[in-house]
Design a protein around this ligand. Sequence first.
Ligand code: CP
Length: 322
Amino acid sequence: MTSEPVLSPRYPGNWTRRHLLDVESLSADEITTILDTAESLKQATDGCRKKLALLAGKTCANLFFENSTRTRTSFSLAARRLGADTLDFSSSGSSLSKGETFVDTAKNIEAMGVDIVVTRHRTPGTPHLLAQNISCAVVNAGDGAHSHPTQGLLDILTIRQKRGRIEGLTVALVGDITHSRTARSNIWGLQKLGAHVIVCGPSTLVSRRWEELGVEVAHNLDDIVPRCDVMNLLRIQFERQSTRPFPSVREYALLYGMNRQRMARAKDDILILAPGPINRGVEITPDVADGPHSAILEQVTNGVAVRMAVLWLAAGARDAGS
Ligand code: CP
């Protein structure tokens, strides 16, 4: 008996974007193309485990100026799964401390024959600045509280895989919305694909101004739990806050943590997501994080698939002169 042949992924002929800077500027069709490409690459690499040669001869550089576990490693792995060489730049120990600018640093990395730069920086707009100054393809791996496009896309891919669609679903983003680039990327992508999005958290972290983006704002998690098809539980980003937005972490966990009692009031097929890193016992209890409704580690696998798709699409657009 022979096994099913794996179809070689086909590069989408209509793809013209060299850079991936945010989800806001993507059309619904472009988002769907990235998700479809990620699915085909995931299948062709046997669940992101095997290698293809789609980026053979290319070099991808990680320029990370902020800490990362998932994003940095999965971009490296994605590039290597597609046959690219990788370069990991670390700001600590670099000549930035001698006064070299961010753009000059990137230009020097580019001059070493790099094709794609993946960058994370605490300052919003940094990837956009790079895209204006270098000819490499630039991929945003998180810029301050602004955007984290591959995180939004991998969250949406996971929802689509688990629920078969995005349109018509009610998706709640719970937690520190104000400081979350993941929230913004989810909101843009989910709404473009037809989901109803609720942002929920204390009023100090979720203001009514979010309604201007077309989302529903809620301050009481217990009120919305029974309506949700998906809950994406976001970390409290203490490192981006100047004052504490609630009296204690324990109080936050009581009011906004997803726990066994709240799961009992949720839909039978509720899907639980978290972009990570998770703080067990704060935004999510261990039994929920590790429970049957959780797709947290599937999100991580899908992160490799989405990043393979983004790197391949970006490299192709650059080769075509876009
Ligand atoms: N979700 C996410 O961006 O995780 P890292 O900060 O570990 O990359």
